[in-house]
Design a protein around this ligand. Structure first.
Ligand SMILES: [Mn+2]
Length: 436
């Protein structure tokens, strides 16, 4: 069946970080180290498979293809193989380079042998002051254009978005860019900063961004025809701070209208962080049972991926003292790691973090004549007496900054919220007063 010119699809990927070393976790066990070393490359293979099986028209790579400017040889060869497979299937690839592998550093073993349907966008320099615009042609009709700019050097602080313009001609107009949109420089390195307005001002229909490792749709879920501004996030998580599924967006276009981006996971290994409230757990044996249960549950939720698991123990608990004895945590961890898995999907216990607090006897404190006793007796009144609690919350609301006040007043209407707030606040206050 011949598709209408305005009906097609593409994959938007970014931040592949091929050959990521995983320095923190890799030292743990040989089978984990080997799996992690391959994970970024397997994730890229999955991107190629998604493009092939969905029969998309082209694939966008929005920067940080390689993890370092050094570009490991293995990563380069596997990347080239993947692009060749796409090209052989008639699927074009468009690539910009970002801060992790800018154009003018490192080396490239494959620069002279890119497959036919691959476009690598150059960086701005003395000869180039605007992005190159490449048309996508199907059955002699232009269905889209893609424009992009690479980073010339690592620290590109110029606002590259201002150089993008809507070209003449039919089809969907796409801008491919590695950039930091209204980002906090403390969280994401402030390379090529720009605002949402800068991106809207380009007049383009789809801004395919890279750099931020969480997937985010910054604009476009409004009216049909509204421009889309999208970060797909990275294809494979790189550390304990990057939890949950990672993948690409598949974008379907029907009659020149871009449908909601469809997230498709392509990661190989997932990082998972969980908490266990230990306040009802009475023994180390019971704790280990709970930890094993969390392991099974986390694996079941990971869609057949292997996981790297960190569990944080919280809550006031009798266990607090037991966990502090000797190397209890180390021994529990060794127990959980004792049965190495034969095959993927596996669970690797990365760490157990103890944030438990000592159990407190509220009746004993209440009976005391000191400040801690006063705090308990006062908050008992708030928990028992609805009017007293509402009056207290009104005083709190008066002290809350304007921007947050409306949100607080909405929450305050929920009686459960108010009770939880008082319960939590008094435990924190007791911690401060009593110390550890
Ligand atoms: Mn990146």
């Amino acid at each position: 069946m011949v598709k209408a010119p305005g009906t097609f699809s593409f994959v938007h990927a970014a931040d592949l970080h091929l050959d990521t070393p995983f320095s923190g976790v890799a030292a743990s066990a040989p089978f984990v180290a080997a799996a992690l070393r391959d994970a970024s490359l397997r994730a890229f293979e999955a991107v190629v498979q998604i493009a092939l099986s969905r029969k998309v028209d082209f694939v966008l790579f929005a920067g940080d293809i390689y993890d370092g400017a050094e570009r490991g040889l293995r990563a380069q060869i596997e990347f080239l193989d993947g692009l060749q497979n796409l090209s052989d299937a008639g699927i074009a690839s468009f690539i910009v380079h970002g801060n992790h592998a800018p154009l003018d550093t490192g080396w490239s073993a494959i620069s002279s042998s890119w497959p036919e349907l691959v476009t690598i966008f150059p960086a701005v320099d003395d000869h180039l002051s605007a992005p190159a615009v490449v048309p996508v042609i199907r059955d002699n009709v232009q269905i889209a254009t893609v424009q992009g700019l690479s980073f010339k050097e690592r620290s590109t602080t110029e606002n590259l978005a201002r150089l993008y313009r809507r070209p003449e001609g039919p089809g969907i107009h796409i801008g491919l860019l590695h950039c930091n949109v209204e980002g906090s420089p403390s969280v994401h390195s402030n390379y090529s900063p720009c605002s949402i307005k800068d991106l809207l001002d380009t007049g383009l229909d789809y801004l395919a961004l890279g750099h931020v490792h969480d997937r985010r749709i910054l604009h476009g879920d409004g009216a049909p025809g509204d421009p889309w501004i999208v970060y797909p996030g990275n294809t494979q998580a790189r550390s304990m701070n990057e939890t949950g599924a990672k993948g690409v967006y598949v974008i379907n276009v029907a009659d020149n209208v871009i449908d909601d981006p469809e997230f498709v996971a392509c990661d190989e290994i997932r990082f998972v962080q969980r908490e266990i409230d230990t306040s009802q757990i009475e023994s180390i044996i019971e704790l280990v049972e709970n930890l094993r249960h969390v392991e099974q549950e986390s694996l079941a939720r990971a869609e057949s991926r292997s996981i790297i698991l960190r569990v944080t123990l919280v809550g006031r608990s009798e266990l607090h003292a037991e966990l502090a004895r000797g190397d209890a945590l180390g021994e529990i961890l060794a127990t959980l790691r004792a049965r190495p898995p034969a095959a993927a999907p596996f669970c690797w216990w990365e760490q157990i973090v103890d944030r438990t607090q000592p159990a407190v006897d509220l009746d004993e404190i209440r009976a005391r004549g000191d400040f801690a006793g006063d705090v308990l007796r006062l908050t008992d009144e708030y928990l028992r007496n609805d009017d007293a609690r509402v009056a207290m919350l009104k005083q709190v609301a008066a002290a809350i900054p304007r921007g947050l006040k409306r949100e607080f007043l909405v929450l305050m209407d929920d009686p459960d919220f108010a009770v939880d707030l008082v319960t939590e606040a008094r435990l924190r206050a007791l911690d401060e007063i009593l110390g550890d």
